[in-house]
Write a protein that binds this ligand. Structure first.
Ligand code: DQA
Length: 146
């Protein structure tokens, strides 16, 4: 069975109470269970991982190929904008990655306009609230099912 790893970076464990005017009131647990159901309907397995630590996210990306992960959906949070180490980790594995953001980073502060991981991901989906994740899951399933 195909397996999709959904990864959430720093502060995304705070969804639900974190700046709800920007990120909404859906919790991370709600997002994960919605994605799990969406994937299960298509006969695809899911794993979920959240960390506030750059190194932990990098370790998980490095482990993905050995764990039979076929696709990664990644919201790297603020690391998106400056973590060359995360970018290098993505580039070091053959597993395709879809970059996700809840908010439209281009309408926000200028430091959020740049994604250092953008050149090494398959594509970006952003600005649709938690539906950004659902749209990424839709694409990942389509790619896996050919
Ligand atoms: C975010 C956007 C980032 O700029 C921010 O640091 C986050 C969340 C988003 O999902 O909109 O933590 O990735």
């Amino acid at each position: 069975m195909s397996k999709i790893l959904v990864m959430h970076g720093p502060n995304l464990n705070m969804l639900g109470t974190r700046e709800p005017e920007i990120y909404g009131s859906t919790t991370l647990a709600d997002i994960n269970s919605m994605l799990e159901a969406q994937a299960a309907e298509a006969g695809v397995d899911t794993e979920f991982f959240q960390s506030n630590y750059e190194g932990a996210l990098i370790d998980r990306i490095q482990q993905a190929p050995g764990e039979g992960i076929d696709f990664i959906i990644l919201n790297a949070g603020a690391f998106t904008h400056y973590s060359i180490a995360l970018r290098d980790a993505i580039a070091s594995v053959a597993v395709p990655v879809i970059e996700v953001h809840i908010s439209n980073v281009h309408t926000r502060e200028e430091f959020r306009h740049k994604s250092v991981i953008a050149p090494v991901v398959m594509g970006q989906i952003l600005g649709f609230g938690t539906d950004s994740y659902a749209a990424a899951m839709y694409v990942a399933i389509r790619k896996l099912k050919g």
